[in-house]
Write a protein that binds this ligand. Structure first.
Ligand SMILES: [Zn+2]
Length: 385
């Protein structure tokens, strides 16, 4: 197994609680794993050396919430929203029609384009949901395509009730928990429900998550995005790994999150792109709730793939420190996906890292909108640059 020692690391943000932030550091990669981390002057020998010339190194971002299997875009809807039309869950149906009409090759090519766009911005682990097919065949093929780019695929047949079931939402839930789940479970690690007014209520979400669990899928939930609701409490009661959005929370919701250990995944790109109030990350952190940041990249409510943008928004608008935001975008995302191997640069971790064109990780928030990811390393190899 070949090894490489990264030297000249001006600042190393490990996202490992034991190691913290190191200065004048080195890091040894052996094969696909981190084999050593410490002060540069103590670095062991390796097969090759690679000098990053004083730049900062961080773990690759773990984007634990995306919707990347789709066709078309909704630029016109965005423009209308920016001139006063409010966002509603119903816009999803526009993308469903385009996705159903697309070929497998078109969906795979769009997905590959977006994953490449993410890599260039430093994302090394990505979760991908279905949810724009909403038929047995279209959901199963969406997950089959997603599986080529990630092991963290999520079945989101319960994204919205499709038009052909508009008069029979109960019938659609039966489809999701029956034949659709049976066709999708072999391609998915997770199951998710959009639990919101205009989508699915708590009883429907409970039934769908239960059916997924029986098939061996882990549960996640979209909840409390557009207003207060029962989703966060349900996620905590069921002990889900993550509940995502968490924009409108009661004190009881925050207490339940702190007690359950369910990760609250915040998606500030959505609030930015829908001109909506941001979630209060400070309130969650102060209550001891584990927090993740993710992009929610999708063609409707948030068409950004940029984790650095999410970090900048979390710091500027949501009360997070730069260190808290970067931790949430790396280790936090990994926890939301129940992954111990990514999201940090401790010993044995997957060697997924980003060399920043900056002397410090703080620049991610300090220099918003600037492409700072100089190199992305994926499992020990410099990727696509
Ligand atoms: Zn989402």
């Amino acid at each position: 197994m070949s090894s490489v020692v990264l030297t000249g690391i001006g600042e190393l943000f490990t996202a490992d609680p034991e190691l913290g932030v190191l200065h004048a550091a080195a890091l040894v990669v052996e094969g696909s794993r981190v084999a050593w981390v410490g002060p540069a002057r103590q670095a062991p020998a390796a097969d090759t050396g690679y000098d990053v010339a004083g730049r900062a190194v961080i773990p690759g971002f773990v984007d634990s919430h995306t919707h990347l299997v789709f066709a078309g875009d909704r630029a016109e809807e965005f423009a209308a929203r920016m001139t006063g039309t409010p966002y509603s869950a119903g816009g999803i149906r526009t993308t469903v029609a385009a996705t159903r009409a697309a070929t497998d090759e078109q969906l795979a090519a769009n997905l590959a384009r977006l994953v490449d766009e993410m890599r260039r911005q430093g994302t090394t682990t990505v979760e991908v949901k279905s949810g724009y097919g909403l038929s047995v065949a279209d959901e199963a093929r969406s997950l089959g395509i997603a599986r080529h780019v990630t092991e963290d695929t999520t079945f989101l047949g319960a994204h919205v009730v499709p038009p052909e079931y508009a008069d029979d939402p109960g019938g659609y839930v039966d489809l999701v928990t029956g034949p659709m789940l049976a066709a999708c479970a072999p391609h998915a690690r997770w199951i998710d429900v959009f639990c919101e007014r205009g989508a699915f209520d708590a009883d429907q979400a409970r039934a769908i998550l239960h059916a997924g669990k029986v098939k061996g899928l882990g549960g996640r939930l979209h909840a409390n995005q557009l207003g207060p609701g029962p989703g966060v409490q349900l996620a905590c009661e069921l002990g889900l790994d993550a509940v995502d959005h968490c924009t409108y929370l009661s004190d009881d919701d925050v207490t339940a999150l702190a007690d359950s250990g369910t990760v609250a995944t915040l998606l500030p790109g959505v609030e930015f792109s829908t001109r909506s109030p941001y979630p209060d990350a400070r309130r969650l952190l102060d209550a001891g709730v584990p927090v993740a940041l993710a992009s929610d990249c999708n063609p409707g409510s948030c068409y950004t793939s940029s984790m650095p943008l999410c970090i900048a928004l979390a710091v500027r608008e949501m009360g997070m420190s730069p260190a808290e935001a970067l931790t949430a975008a790396t280790r936090g995302g990994a926890r939301a996906l129940s992954r111990g191997d990514v999201g940090h640069l401790g010993l044995g971790a997957s060697a997924d890292l980003v060399v920043l064109d900056a002397p410090s990780y703080v620049h991610l928030a300090y220099r918003p909108g600037v492409p700072l990811a100089r190199e992305t390393w994926l499992r020990g190899r410099r990727a696509g640059l």
